[in-house]
Ligand binder design. Sequence first.
Ligand code: AP5
Length: 228
Amino acid sequence: MTDATTLTAAPVLILLGPPGAGKGTQARKLEQAHGLVQLSTGDLLRAAVAEGTEAGKRAKAVMEAGELVSDEIVIAILRDRLASPDCRKGVILDGFPRTTVQAEALDRLLADSGQRINAAISLDVEDAAMVERISGRFTCATCGEGYHDSFKPTARAGTCDACGGTEMKRRADDKAETVAQRLEAYHAQTAPLIAYYDKAGTLSRVDAMGAIDKIASNLSDVVSRAIA
Ligand code: AP5
């Protein structure tokens, strides 16, 4: 059973943005720079699919179609992960919440443990760039470091810069037609959260159209202020 007092510790940061905005890329940099833990519901769901859990079986076809997995499944997965001891140093939520129901559930979860959201940061990008970003994406199968054929290649072809691993993988939902569906789901169900967090007074916006390191620097400044 989950003890509400152990759910998580401040700071709590949210990265909002459409598929390919760079949430995962930037969350990994923030982990290193600020000693926080990245929680990606996409990664948690892909792990559930790979393990063949009941939740994974229910999520698989939905993810491959580029639609959103049910709030019930995602909230349960996120809640369990937040209860892990490593989350006590603070978390970066990457890809959660994605609906108003999830945002309200997160508010309740944090309130139960005396926590709050330090900042919800919207990575602002143009849809047109997203298909190109996503279609060139690959990750290291060993450590999960993310790369791009053109924008962030490995220094040595086929070898991960971070861990030296040589097995790279591409995602099943990174096909152009699925990306279009994922963008549609984002605009219909997730973009309204920008207004939700603006109203709550926790919203920050970062231009995510430039070079990765420049965005990381701007984002890090926002995070430093939010967790000070
Ligand atoms: P998820 O895994 O969360 O995918 P996503 O939101 O579609 O986001 P991506 O991982 O595609 O993009 P990203 O913003 O992390 O970009 P990245 O840094 O990789 O979700 C997958 C699926 O799971 C969903 O469709 C849904 O079915 C389900 N799901 C997950 N969470 C859910 C929830 N809460 N509720 C319901 N369902 C849920 O960058 C992309 C590429 O671009 C990389 O190759 C990178 O190197 C490159 N890049 C990054 N920044 C730049 C830059 N500035 N310039 C050039 N290239 C760049």
